[in-house]
Design a binder for this molecule. Structure first.
Ligand SMILES: NC(=O)c1ccc[n+]([C@@H]2O[C@H](COP(=O)([O-])OP(=O)(O)OC[C@H]3O[C@@H](n4cnc5c(N)ncnc54)[C@H](O)[C@@H]3O)[C@@H](O)[C@H]2O)c1
Ligand SMILES: O[C@H]1[C@H](O)[C@@H](O)[C@H](O)[C@@H](O)[C@H]1O
Length: 341
């Protein structure tokens, strides 16, 4: 007997929402896009139309729709909290794009709501956990092949920023990925953060401190350095080198075809995350949909607690940036409800 298709409601039809709609339509099995919400109704209609879904301007109308079994949230982080709370109240599974919310207090309210509901429903879209290279690095670290991990050296570069992107967003919108990967790879919470900046690139928009160098201390005693450079001009690069007591491993180094032609030799660099992490997004979505159809969440994915812990680290990062001083991360005690990861 064929299993029922998962009817998905998509909240937010911008760059990510449109990409996720295409993913659901073309590459994920067992799902159907049922509804799309965006206050920009034309945008919602455009994305919905390509998938035979209905369009709405009001996200809560889609969240409350009994013809929707599960939700993908791809609206800006600043509006995630009320959407997540409404979804938890209705009891539908959610794949929420990062960040869970942009600050720790609102993330904690979401964590508390899910815990009070007593059912794991929320998953945060930290897609690096589904990238083949990151997964292999995690396997090497967990197997002890590199010995006890001491440091991670991370590089996170974007070609350019959209208008309105701020120095704080470089922490809570961009480095949030490194906070999550550091916690996940090293199996440790983050204790403190420091942020320094060299002179800003002349290519950076007025007022943006770009690049920045973020240092992360984990409670296990490891150190992580992150170069965040969001107007590097030439493409999208994410690298991570783990240094352990007995070995090192580097991921994100350029691979792919080596081309000779046009008077030069070399490879290609993705324009953005859709190229570099396309397969990771696909894996994340397929596993999420399979789990949701079985009434559970994917144990490999980031939970609401992970989203909260990353938000708390971001908050320390923004404090460290403003005060130009080391800032400690403040976390509440982890509820037993979230100990399964
Ligand atoms: N995982 C990744 O690598 C990655 C990459 C890019 C963006 N993101 C995340 O995806 C989310 C969306 O980013 P984007 O680049 O698509 O932004 P975007 O600005 O292109 O699109 C956001 C859309 O959400 C809509 N919107 C605003 N408020 C809404 C509401 N209350 N309900 C429904 N829709 C609403 C906007 O009208 C817009 O169409 C953000 O959380 C962002 O951090 C993640
Ligand atoms: O929202 C985006 C996204 O999360 C990308 O993966 C990251 O590289 C960018 O810095 C961020 O602005």
């Amino acid at each position: 007997m064929q299993e029922q298709q998962l009817r998905v409601g998509l909240i937010g039809a911008g760059k990510m929402g449109a990409d996720h709609a295409l993913r659901l339509r073309e590459r994920i099995s067992g799902v159907r896009l049922a509804a799309v919400a965006d206050p920009d109704l034309d945008r919602a209609r455009q994305v919905a139309g390509s998938c035979g879904a209905r369009a709405a301007a009001d996200a809560f109308e889609v969240i409350d729709d009994s013809a929707v079994d599960a939700l993908v949230i791809a609206s800006p982080g600043a509006v995630h909290e009320p959407l997540l709370l409404a979804a938890v109240e209705r009891g539908v599974p959610v794949l929420c794009e990062k960040p869970l919310t942009p600050d720790a207090k609102s993330s904690l309210r979401v964590v508390e709501a899910e815990e009070a509901r007593g059912k794991h429903l929320l998953q945060v879209g930290f897609m690096r956990r589904f990238d083949a290279e990151y997964a292999e690095l995690k396997r090497l670290l967990d197997a002890g092949d590199l010995g006890t991990p001491l440091m991670l050296h991370c590089v996170h570069r974007n070609a350019a920023t959209p208008p309105g992107f701020t120095s704080e967003m470089m922490i809570y919108d961009s480095v949030v990925h490194e906070f999550d990967t550091a916690r996940w790879l090293l199996d440790s919470e983050i204790a403190a953060v420091e942020v320094r900046a060299p002179r800003s690139s002349s290519e950076a928009p007025e007022g943006l401190l770009d690049p920045q160098l973020v240092t992360i201390e984990t409670t296990s005693g490891a150190l992580v350095d992150v170069e965040i450079f969001v107007n590097c001009g030439f493409g999208y690069q994410v690298r991570c080198e783990a240094v352990g007591e007995r070995g090192t491993a580097l991921i994100g180094a350029e691979g792919g075809p080596l081309v000779h032609g046009g008077g030069r030799w070399g490879g290609f660099i993705s324009d953005d995350f859709r190229g570099r992490f396309g397969a990771a997004f696909d894996r994340e979505f397929q596993r999420w949909a399979d789990a949701a159809r079985q009434g559970r969440t994917d144990p490999a994915a980031a939970t609401a607690w992970d989203g909260y812990a990353a938000a708390a680290a971001c908050e320390a990062g923004v404090r460290a940036q403003t005060d130009e001083a080391r800032a400690e991360v403040e976390l509440v005690e982890r509820p037993d409800f979230y100990t399964r990861t």
